[in-house]
Design a protein around this ligand. Structure first.
Ligand code: HEM
Length: 270
């Protein structure tokens, strides 16, 4: 019997010809976007292998939220973004500001406002942003109060919140003096005198803030150090603790959802 010629093997389907690239690897055929994705995954894997941070990231980001969560729950994050905006714009202002009461402070702010590129815009963001942050922090506190989120087991987060509220107010107070114009000067004298009327620590507090017998160079540099070093550091640390507790304990369901989940609550005669 004549020997039949050997038939060539049929070509494999395209998908099987070459094994697909493993996650984080590129076969160079996907184009620049695929390559960029693969490079990104590689970097994340590299960092994660050395730090195991992805577990912490998952713990922080992927949480169950109670039914009924609504827009009022965004007020805390809105406050945080207002703070971040203050931090970023504040860094740019600090590049030009001079805490010199003999005209230097006022002149440096006049220079930022009138001569620096986008200076008036950045200064405006910082100035109006401070009011936005104060309003947001009060609205957020109102939300947590009205939704009963201060109750067990979140009392400590409420207390941290109260300290954050006080620090936010002190931030506004210390910032107000920095332009060192007539309004800033006299308003701060009034504020420091009001502090002095407080019980027990009042007089010590006003002495500490004035930083000397008269309002002057030491007052301004003390306010500046408190405003741009001490308070931002304390606020960052406390926001960290606040968010850790939010991630650990979760958020509270709105009161009307709680009543729905627990029929006993509906029986209460109000
Ligand atoms: C710089 C100021 C603050 C920032 C950045 C901040 C941020 C946040 C964020 C992001 C949350 C999670 C969700 C939400 O918005 O409800 C939260 C929750 C909470 N915050 Fe604040 N907060 C601040 C000030 C305050 C103040 C002044 C209080 C009260 C005195 C407070 C008490 C609470 C409580 C009790 C929760 C838990 C809410 C729940 O379980 O539903 N926070 N905060």
């Amino acid at each position: 019997m004549p020997k039949l010629p050997k038939l060539p093997a049929p070509p494999l389907p395209a998908a099987l010809q070459e094994p697909p690239p493993r996650p984080g690897e590129s076969n160079g055929k996907g184009g620049p976007i695929e390559d960029a994705k693969a490079a990104g995954i590689n970097v994340v894997d590299w960092v994660d292998e050395r730090t195991s941070l992805s577990g912490a990231g998952r713990w922080l980001m992927f949480r169950k939220v109670p039914k009924g969560t609504n827009w009022f729950y965004t007020l805390g994050s809105a406050t945080m973004f207002a703070f971040l905006s203050q931090a970023v714009t504040g860094v740019f202002l600090a590049m030009y500001y001079r805490p010199d009461p003999a005209g230097g402070a006022y002149e440096s702010i006049r220079h930022v406002t009138n001569e620096v590129f986008l200076g008036q815009f950045v200064r405006g963001m910082h100035k109006w942003g401070s009011s936005v942050m104060v309003i947001l922090v009060f609205l957020h506190m109102g939300r947590t109060f009205l939704f009963g989120a201060y109750k067990y087991p979140r009392e400590l987060n409420w207390v941290i919140g109260v300290v954050l509220l006080i620090l936010t107010m002190v931030m506004s107070f210390t910032g107000y003096l920095l332009p060192f114009d007539q309004r800033a000067y006299w308003a701060t004298i009034v504020g420091v005198n009001i502090n002095g009327t407080g019980p027990l620590i009042g007089p010590y507090l006003s002495d500490f803030l004035r930083a000397g017998p008269e309002f002057g160079a030491t007052t301004l540099s003390r306010f500046y150090a408190i405003h741009m070093l001490l308070l931002p550091g304390a606020i960052v640390a406390l926001i960290g603790a606040h968010l850790y507790l939010v991630a650990k304990l979760g958020t509270t369901a709105p009161p009307w959802m709680k009543a729905e989940q627990n029929p006993e609550l509906r029986k209460v005669d109000v």
